[in-house]
Design a binder for this molecule. Sequence first.
Ligand code: HAM
Length: 417
Amino acid sequence: MAGHTYQAPRGTFDVLPDAARVRRRIEHTAAAIFARAGYEPIATPAFEDTELFERGVGHSTDIVRKEMFTFEDKGGRSLTLRPEGTAAICRAYLEHGMHKLAQPVKLAYLGPFFRHERPQAGRYRQFHQLGAEAIGSDSPLADAELIGMFAELVAELGVPGVELRLGSLGSVETRAAYLDELKAHLRAHEADLAEGVRERIDANPLRAFDSDDEGTRAVMAAAPKLVERLEGEDAEHFAEVRRLLEACGVAYEIDPTLVRGLDYYTRTIFSFVCDRLGAQSEIGGGGRYDGLIEQLGGKPTPAIGWAAGIERIALALDEELPAPGRDVLVAVAGEQGERRSLALVLAGELRKAGLSAEIDLGGRGLKGQLKHADRVGARRVVILEEDGGAQLRDMTSGEQRPVDTGNLIEELTGGEA
Ligand code: HAM
């Protein structure tokens, strides 16, 4: 064989059937949780105007500065493959006048997202998120409901070793006052900071809490913490979120250094981490973004949501789901001829009746078809015989007896074969 062989692009991957079944389980479990709590499905395009993410996610974030797949279309417009879902959903909320609906508008989504990051285990350039947003409520009940839904997802899937970290950024004003205080602290210890942190004292001082550098970590251990600076309504809001989580039996740990990589957050932020994962240990997270809708041109509208990484949940679950087997395989004995179409019609009827039914598509003889039935895990085989009769074979016991094809559905769904 000559020529070139192709591979999936760097940072992307194929999902083969054994892994796809696990992902389906994750997706179905989440969809059921969203539906039971009244979060309606929504889907937005895979790309948006670049400016939406620049404004929404924030110019100073790593996502906007370094990680966006941005391109120009043939009309000269700058478009970007979506790096996250929240800004796009807020755009849809505004575009479709959803402020006229009963508030909050509760939405759930699932799909591919794109970030040009350095690939490693749990970090890809195309990955998949499932998430939920409640737009139009500032009630701590919304915070607790959404966080509780994430906890439920983790519990129902059986993801091991998961911990919930909780923090609060306060309002824009509290945060601004705190950031001044933090910048002053960083400047006072500038000599001990890593270069990258020093360069971004003004642009993004909170990211200093994320640094792996030893000197920086020592400076940050002594830095003022935002959760300790919360006042008035911010402090009350956070206290109520905590009380509600406790009332629902959702365990959490306050993390005063918790920061998230998007600029739109206000008040509650949270992160679910899993100790079975390496460096990329966050399976999902989110928080309030009370200023985002206004930032995108709407009226002030408080909102909160989260997103989880499907690949990270799958990694944490570390399971494989084998193919589920088949109820029946319809085989043809002897010269196939006309009876191939009969097999196809019969399999169609069985499928309509809710059974999983296969036929041989590989032109095998009867022996080969029975082997194939074994391979696909068929529990029974209907053999259409040359004289117009049929046999029903139980693949577990090997027993075989004549059967009336007109009566097959009852035979297969009713008593034992
Ligand atoms: P995020 O923390 O940037 O938040 O992403 C959410 C989750 O997506 C992460 O916790 C992680 O599991 C997964 N994820 C992110 N980047 C990658 C990657 N390169 N490879 C694999 N998985 C990844 C958001 O995107 C916000 N929109 C969440 C939100 C919704 N906040 C409010 N509402």
